[in-house]
Design a binder for this molecule. Structure first.
Ligand code: SF4
Ligand code: SF4
Length: 470
């Protein structure tokens, strides 16, 4: 076994001249990755069970009668772990998304594409659900190739028909899962129970999403990661030489050479068996170095470890490591760049925490009615006319009451408005503020008003009151 640190590795960059998913004729390379097996795959199976359980259970979880997570992009209502973000709080949503994105940048800088390989729904469903269905029905890679080339016998029709029916069913399930995050399970259950014609747009949405998922998992597959996903495109700028990725230890592996029984070996540990390439779902050769197409699925680690085991070499020729660790034997996870990201993230989270802490349940705007003048009343008071709007920033019913805090002041509403607010709803109206002249020393006086629900003060705000100058 070669343990020398002297690298005989001459990088061959010709692989960069073409895209693995397209052949020389410009046609698509359809990949038939071999069934992965090994320690890392077993870990991924358990992690997938956890992720899928969370994914399917979360829409049913409630906190204070509300969904734990709701991403209603249609009505711009979001609930993130109990925090309701309505249309008025778009800036809060923006801040949450910004800190989430920065967290992803930080995570990727340290751990590379760990997310892609382990938790991304595309990889989880593709490699751990749809691919497994395919293996179960059509067999491993070799059998799949043969079946695709074979004439349309009853066996082929049966296998293909069964596979695509199961694919369509799972896609339908995923479309419903997606909708349960957008509408909530209660609303989804209502749509399922009630006649289709009463919910035609949403039903059409389910059909469209089912077809999109079916197209994605039956045909698009690896290209969703290598062509469509923007996160994949950003890896080049997010990662550095310290990022932990699935990598081939070229110092140990090169020069690669076939293993010949009985011959003494002076080459590196890679025996050019191509098992790492055969299992790769994106069709790349990890021995060429970190590539944008690698989704860190760990299949090549297992494949190589299995070979190393068989030939009596140490495992880990392909492993989770960094470029610096391969070259220098050391790795620095907390770099200046990481510290800078953490600092910005802490700042963002602090701002977010503060804004959430001081956030009120309602948001009221109250302005003097355009063109209106103050009115001097015979009883020694002055009136100003205002228009107001109250927004409910929660997802529950609120019965607001506006009160004036200034001594001697009172409010007289036009009509008898019902200010009851639905979740994320809005009420508006006009109101006179009436103040005793004795309280008004200047032409413009700042007055404080509050919104109450029962005895609970929800919000305090100010307005300007105009009176004749003394
Ligand atoms: S190179 Fe390895 S880790 Fe990357 S996608 Fe291929 S098999 Fe998965
Ligand atoms: S599986 Fe390991 S030994 Fe085989 S070609 Fe890949 S890196 Fe070399």
């Amino acid at each position: 076994m070669n343990t020398s640190n002297t690298s005989l590795f001459e990088p061959d960059d010709t692989f960069r001249d073409h895209f693995s998913a397209v052949n020389e004729d410009g046609k698509r390379n359809w990949f038939y990755p071999q069934k992965p097996s090994g320690k890392w795959h077993n870990r991924r199976v358990w992690f997938t069970i956890l992720i899928l359980t969370l994914l399917f259970v979360t829409p049913f979880l409630k906190l204070n009668g509300q969904p734990l997570l709701l991403l209603n992009v249609i009505d711009r209502k979001f609930i993130i772990f109990g925090l309701f973000i309505g249309p008025q709080d778009y800036w809060l949503f923006g801040l949450t998304m910004l800190s989430f994105m920065l967290f992803i940048v930080l995570f990727t800088t340290i751990f590379g594409r760990l997310w892609c390989g382990w938790a991304c729904p595309q990889t989880v469903f593709m490699e751990m659900v749809f691919r497994k269905i395919e293996y179960a029905i059509e067999g491993d890679a070799g059998k799949q190739k043969l079946l695709n080339k074979a004439p349309w016998t009853s066996d082929k029709i049966l296998k293909k028909g069964l596979k695509y029916t199961v694919f369509l069913t799972v896609s339908f399930l995923i479309a419903n899962l997606l909708l349960s995050y957008v509408l909530g399970v209660d609303e989804l259950a209502k749509i399922i129970r009630e006649p289709i014609q009463e919910h035609l747009p949403l039903f059409t949405g389910i059909v469209i999403f089912t077809l999109v998922f079916y197209f994605n998992f039956a045909w698009l597959r690896d290209q969703a990661c290598t062509v469509v996903c923007p996160y994949g495109r950003l890896q080049g700028v997010l990662m550095d030489r310290n990022s932990i990725v699935v990598a081939y230890d070229y110092k140990r592996g090169e020069p690669r050479e076939k293993l010949h029984k009985g011959q003494s070996r002076s080459a590196g540990d890679c025996i050019s068996c191509f098992q790492c390439v055969n299992v790769c779902p994106t069709g790349i050769d990890i021995r060429n170095g970190t590539q944008m197409e690698c989704v860190n699925c760990t299949a090549c680690i297992d494949a190589c470890d299995n070979i190393m085991d068989k030939i009596g070499f140490d495992k880990g020729l392909i492993r989770y490591t960094s470029e610096n660790a391969i070259v220098n034997g050391t790795n620095k996870l907390i770099t200046k760049r990481v510290i800078a990201y953490i600092a910005v993230l802490v700042l963002l989270w602090s701002v977010l925490a503060y804004t959430i802490a001081v956030r009120t349940d309602t948001q009221t705007t109250l302005f003097r009615a355009p063109g209106s003048q103050y009115i001097e009343n015979n009883d020694g008071t002055v009136s100003n006319l205002y228009t107001f709007k109250i927004f409910n920033k929660t997802n529950r019913l609120v019965h607001p009451e506006i009160r004036i805090e200034a001594a001697g002041g009172r409010l007289q509403f036009a009509g008898n408005p019902d200010l009851t607010l639905e979740g994320a709803g809005m009420s508006e109206g006009t109101v006179f503020i009436i103040m005793p002249k004795s309280q008004l020393k200047k032409r413009k006086t700042k007055l404080q008003l509050s919104v109450y629900q029962g005895n609970q003060k929800l919000e305090t705000f100010e307005t300007t009151f105009v009176a004749p100058e003394e």
